[in-house]
Design a protein around this ligand. Structure first.
Ligand code: EPU
Length: 422
């Protein structure tokens, strides 16, 4: 199994290109199942999860071609199966995103029920309740969600989501665009990735109002057409490189991104003492060789501070001046990185959903591993600032969400390489 070997201590500097957003690309790829024409999707990141989604679509009969400009052409006109098998779903929970489109377009879907996950139990009850409200009949049999639309197809409904859920909102939205009548989704997620999906569906001919607010109003249409769409930049990848600059006292410009996507994160970075400058499609962070100041962070749905940046800010606090409190309100078990960071010398006390982090002048290299994507990224950040060498194990998590991570960090002056190992 590959690992990343990192020798810390280099101050990062230079420019890095930000890839398309994984969490936008996944629902957009799933949404192609709704199209009666050919879809052309640009700015897809080269990531394991994207390959898995394409594989999943492929086993349903979807034809995928890659163009010279690396955009992907997707033809869903010959779909012959509405099944998302266990072997693929167990490697990627986001496979659940095919449920809504399959049910809306074909009236049936069989999707393996995703199990628990390293960051929490992550049920999908709200996805299912939303589809039931639209008239679907749903059973869980042999570990599979077996869903069937009523005679004549899904019907518009008023749906209130008890908890703000990103993929839940996306799944219900994709089901609603072909339903008969109007669907109102209240307490909808406002994440930029939900807005991106809505914009892609609108480009295909869907009628959606309210994207980016907590109420989505969808008027069902007869069919959706082919369209061309470009995935938005990855705000979490952007934030991760900015924190990397911050913890190493460096100066990094992230390109092909959008400062409006991560205002809460930029705010916290400024509070930590970073000098942030922005343009339409770039963000520069200059730490001017200083240590960051500790900040208090509380995760919550967008536009508040994103849970996917929580682990990176634990590292920022671990090397900062002072003590910072990090509160996780979205997932119940998302501090798995804390104990690994303690092994690198960090001073972190976790109680319930709160981590109290007291900054140290330095961390020390150690072999570490993590059980989820963002936790793994936080270990890379810690390794970049630690003295000595760190092996970050189980990097298949990182490959799910960060395109060419070692090349990008090398470009910024980091001493990082991938080594094959057991
Ligand atoms: N929840 C329920 N019932 C549901 C759905 C969600 O109780 O039916 C709960 C979850 O257990 C959780 C909370 O609602 O406590 C929010 O979860 P949400 O459904 O919003 O998470 P998700 O849609 O499964 C997406 C991202 C995650 C990101 C979260 C929160 C994708 C593919 N995944 O997950 O990204 O952390 O939203 O912003 O979009 C990552 O990229 O590393 C990652 C984990």
């Amino acid at each position: 199994m590959d690992k990343l070997r990192i020798v810390g201590g280099n101050r990062l500097g230079g420019e890095v290109r930000i890839s398309g957003a994984k969490n936008s690309a996944l629902p957009i790829l799933a949404s192609t199942l709704l199209s009666s024409g050919v879809m052309r999707i640009g700015n897809l990141p080269h990531l394991h999860d994207i390959t898995t989604m394409l594989e999943l679509l492929g086993c349903m009969g979807v034809e995928v071609a890659i163009n010279e400009d690396m955009s992907v052409e997707i033809d869903c006109r010959n779909v012959h199966s509405q099944v998302a098998p266990y072997d693929l779903v167990r490697t990627m929970r986001a496979s659940i995103l095919v449920l809504g489109p399959l049910l809306a377009r074909y009236g049936v879907a069989e999707v393996s029920l995703p199990g628990g996950c390293a960051i929490g139990s992550r049920p999908v009850d709200l996805h299912l309740r939303g589809m039931e409200a639209m008239g679907a009949h749903i059973d869980v049999v042999d570990g599979y969600i077996k869903a069937r639309a009523p005679e004549g197809g899904l019907k518009g409904a008023n749906i209130f989501l008890d908890t703000v859920t990103v993929t839940g909102t996306e799944n219900i939205l994709m089901a609603a665009v072909l339903a008969k009548g109007t669907t109102v989704i209240e307490n909808a997620a406002r994440e930029p990735e939900v807005v991106d999906l809505a914009n892609c569906l609108i480009a295909m001919g869907a009628k959606i109002r309210g994207a980016g607010t907590d109420t989505l109003v969808v008027e069902g249409v007869e069919q959706l057409n082919g369209a061309e769409f470009r995935v938005l930049p990855d705000r979490i990848e952007t934030g991760t490189y900015l924190v990397a600059a911050g913890v190493t006292g460096g100066c990094v410009k992230t390109k092909d991104t959008d400062p409006l996507l991560l205002e809460a994160v930029l705010h916290k970075l400024e509070e930590a003492g970073a000098v942030i400058t922005t343009g339409d499609d770039w963000i520069k962070l200059d730490m001017e060789g200083r240590r960051p100041k500790a900040v208090n962070v509380r995760t919550a749905p967008h536009p508040a501070f994103p849970t996917d940046m929580q682990a990176q800010f634990v590292v920022l606090n671990a090397v900062a001046e002072g003590t910072g409190t990090v509160i996780e309100t979205v997932f119940e078990n998302r501090f798995m990185h804390a104990q690994e960071l303690v092994r690198m010398g960090a001073d972190i006390h976790v109680e319930g959903n709160t981590a109290v982090v007291t900054g140290k002048e330095g961390l020390t290299g150690a072999p570490v591993m993590a059980t989820d994507l963002r936790a793994s990224a936080s270990l890379v950040l810690a390794a970049l600032v630690a003295t000595g060498s760190t092996d970050v194990n189980r990097i298949y998590h990182i490959d799910r969400g960060y395109e060419c991570i070692e090349e990008k960090f090398q470009q910024l002056g980091a001493n990082i390489r991938r080594v094959s190992g057991r």
